[in-house]
Design a protein around this ligand. Structure first.
Ligand code: MN
Length: 243
């Protein structure tokens, strides 16, 4: 099982979630929302080989925490994965979009300077600007657009650019999410939960529930869930530093 976008440090009891992850052999990318969480989350994960930590600065926090971009860039040499980063153009965060863009550009430029990183990217309400910015800083690494919710045209552009996608049970609950997922190249798809923010039956999803979307994904793409599992594992293996 693979959960390539999970906020492990934000569960109420991360240690018990990690015990569940260990028991099931789940691969997890533990994204962070602020670079101040990097050290603590890295310590929490310890020597686990199937759980990787990503260094992030969530666009929804940039209005308050933009000063932390310097800390993030300073920690970048230690991190193989970057996320959650990106842009949020929804009404609640549109006012900080210029600041978010400035921060996103600095992170991408720093990632490029250090040889590129695998990046988990948020693009709600700002897919075009995210793609414009990625295009400008293509040396920043492999962009994995998490819970993509742009237009079909924006999706086509992201695919043509070579972007990857992570999709999960929450995304596939909506018709729009299913339509977008059905158009994504399966060779560039990973699974995610975005937990504990994303929930099921009013409880946070658990990392091992990322594959709950495979029945739905199988139905909309005409692929057997077992075939999807092996494809997604191959996809993970094809990314450096993951397994
Ligand atoms: Mn997230």
């Amino acid at each position: 099982m693979i959960d390539f976008h999970c906020h492990i440090d934000l569960y109420s009891d991360p240690a018990s979630v990690l015990r569940g992850v260990d028991a099931r052999g789940t691969y997890v990318l533990a994204v962070t929302t602020t670079p101040k969480a990097w050290r603590g989350t890295t310590k929490l994960i310890g020597a686990r080989r199937r759980v990787r930590v990503a260094l992030g600065l969530h666009p929804e926090l940039v209005a308050q925490r933009y000063g932390e971009v310097a800390l993030l860039c300073g920690l970048l040499p230690e991190a193989r994965f970057v996320g959650e980063i990106g842009l949020d153009g929804s009404s609640a965060h549109r006012d900080s979009l210029d600041l978010q863009h400035n921060v996103f550009e600095r992170i991408l430029a720093a990632s490029a300077k250090h040889g590129g990183r695998i990046m988990s990217i948020h693009s709600r309400g700002a897919a075009t600007l995210v793609l414009d910015t990625l295009e400008k800083h293509w040396g920043a690494g492999v962009p994995i657009l998490h819970w993509f919710s742009g237009s079909h045209q924006e999706l086509e552009r992201a695919i043509a650019m070579g972007c990857w996608f992570s999709i999960g049970p929450a995304m596939l609950k909506s018709r729009k999410g299913r339509e977008l997922a059905s158009r994504m190249p399966l060779k560039r798809v990973l699974t995610e939960t975005d937990a504990p923010f994303a929930r099921t039956n009013s409880r946070p999803l658990m990392p091992w529930q990322a594959y709950d979307c495979l029945t739905e994904l199988g139905a909309i793409t005409g692929t057997e869930p077992d075939e999807l599992k092996s494809q997604i594992l191959d996809n993970l293996r094809s990314l450096p530093h993951t397994i």
